[in-house]
Design a protein around this ligand. Structure first.
Ligand code: NAD
Length: 455
């Protein structure tokens, strides 16, 4: 039986304007653009976290210096023919942060706000995430600055294939392995794989399936990858709840971003009897104190490409969205969404970062001062890369695992890392983000100590 608590809308008087998203305007349902005066440099933010954690673990300054910058920054420009016959030139990035622990690994983002600095930040986070999860991967990230929603499937296919061709030998199953991120999906991974397999020569063709993860299952993907990041978010929530004897049944939660991560986290969380009382994405924000039906909402978003117009609940502004009372808040859209104003407005117990970098450092400080727990991105959304690793292993072994095996391995890995982070935080008296970084950096530093640098 599903008990639903009513979630009142709380008005916060000092909340004049939302401050999230400094460089990326958010358009509310009324079309008003919410801009911030807070400057936000994502890569500098990640460098700041690195610095803080390095002090805590007393890291060798040379290693810190190496990790503060990516190894390779690749920028490509490539022409693509549009359906109209017009030729457009696109700018694509691939940042390879570290391959100390294994091949570079990380998603490809298609979004109009992609910048070199963002991709550098996201690539570095992949290095920490893989180290934290004990995966034999390093960190990388890629992207193209454009709005995929403005293009047809055939244009998206040509853009993806030309980008793959432009990257050429800079990716590969033993070198650098992309995956889906914002604006990309399993279909696009199949196009990348096919382009790569057809351009690197015939002899090793089949061995190159592992050049990307997050592929459709028929094309060499793994069962369980599509939901993996959302599933990992929920494993963090269940462990958080267990430690506090907090009953998830009948509790309320809010999700920002209802794409791969947000919709899967919501669908899985609904099985615990939790109620989704507010949701939002790039098309607008909705509130329903009775709780949304996560499955129907997912269907709606698949068909209409956004939550706007969903025939249940009330349309609210972005400011109102951040004031909705809930037990759990899951940001699963973009970075820089929870600044100081949002952090002051949020009325919740725990923030589980499905997205990468959703809380700004100042926003997080406000949250922690208010006693709100923040389960950081490098832990909370690491389920995706973990199951990507399982896909890569299956490709290497020409195997296909059952869903139970994938789910079981992911659950074990997520819970182990969750408790490692909590224990580290308690032993060093630091927040969970610093703890997650600290564990990852200790593992990376140990390898530098053993191997030293070449020559
Ligand atoms: P997606 O493209 O499937 O969904 C993105 C969601 O964000 C959509 O609902 C979109 O409407 C929303 N969004 C975009 N711009 C917005 C804006 N300005 N305001 C509000 N909402 C906005 O992407 P995804 O794969 O679900 O990724 C979401 C986040 O999770 C990103 O930060 C990504 O890096 C991170 N992440 C994804 C994975 C994965 O496996 N896909 C793994 C780890 C981390």
């Amino acid at each position: 039986m599903r008990r639903v608590q009513k979630a009142p809308l709380h008005r916060v008087p000092e909340l004049g304007s939302a401050t999230g998203n400094a460089r990326k305007p958010i358009v509310s349902r009324k079309g008003s653009t919410l801009m911030s005066t807070e400057r936000y440099e994502f890569f500098q933010v990640i460098q700041g976290y690195l610095k803080t954690a390095a002090r805590v673990i007393n890291m060798d300054p040379t290693v810190e210096q190496i990790l503060a910058q990516p190894r390779n920054e690749i920028i490509v420009h490539f022409p693509v023919r549009m359906d109209s016959g017009e030729i457009k030139v696109f700018k694509g990035y691939r940042i390879q942060h570290s391959n100390l622990l294994g091949p570079f690994k990380g998603g490809i983002r298609y979004h109009e706000s992609v910048t070199l600095d963002d991709v550098k930040a996201l690539a570095a986070m992949m290095t920490w995430k893989c180290a934290l999860m004990r995966l034999p991967f390093g960190g990388g990230k890629g992207g193209i600055k454009f709005n995929p929603r403005e293009h047809t499937q055939s244009e998206l296919q040509r853009i993806t294939r030309r980008f793959t061709h432009a990257l050429g030998g800079n990716i590969g199953p033993e070198y650098d392995i992309p995956a889906p991120d914002v604006g990309t999906n399993a279909q696009m991974m199949a196009w990348i794989m096919d382009t790569y397999m057809n351009t690197v020569g015939h002899v090793n063709k089949q061995a190159n399936r592992g050049v990307v993860t997050g592929k459709p299952v028929h094309s060499g993907g793994t069962v369980g990858r599509e939901k993996a990041t959302g599933q990992g978010v929920v494993h963090c929530i269940t462990e958080w709840a267990r430690a506090r004897r907090f009953n998830l049944e009948g509790c309320t939660y809010v999700v920002q971003g209802f794409g791969n991560v947000g919709s899967n986290a919501a669908t899985i969380l609904s099985k615990y009897g939790a109620s989704l009382v507010a949701v939002g994405d790039h098309t607008g924000y909705l509130y329903n104190p009775e709780g949304f039906n996560e499955h129907k909402l997912t269907e709606w978003v698949r068909e209409h490409k956004g939550v706007a117009g969903y025939p249940s609940g009330k349309t609210i502004t972005r400011e109102e969205f951040f004031q909705v009372k809930s037990d759990i808040f899951i940001p699963a859209a973009l970075e820089n969404q929870v600044g100081v104003a949002e952090a002051k407005a949020l009325d919740t117990k725990v923030i589980v970062e499905g997205a990468n970098g959703p809380c700004t450092p100042d926003g997080e400080k406000v949250l922690l001062d208010r006693g709100i727990t923040v389960i950081p991105d490098v832990l909370a959304n690491s389920g995706g890369v973990t199951v990507s690793y399982y896909e890569w292993v299956q490709n290497k072994r020409s195997e296909s695992w059952e869903i139970d095996e994938v789910d079981h391995r992911l659950e074990t890995a997520m819970k182990r890392s969750y408790h490692e982070v909590v224990d580290f935080a308690q032993s060093k008296n630091v927040d969970l983000r610093t703890a997650a970084y600290g564990i990852a950096l200790q593992r990376i530093e140990a390898v530098y100590r053993e191997r030293d640098i070449f020559p």
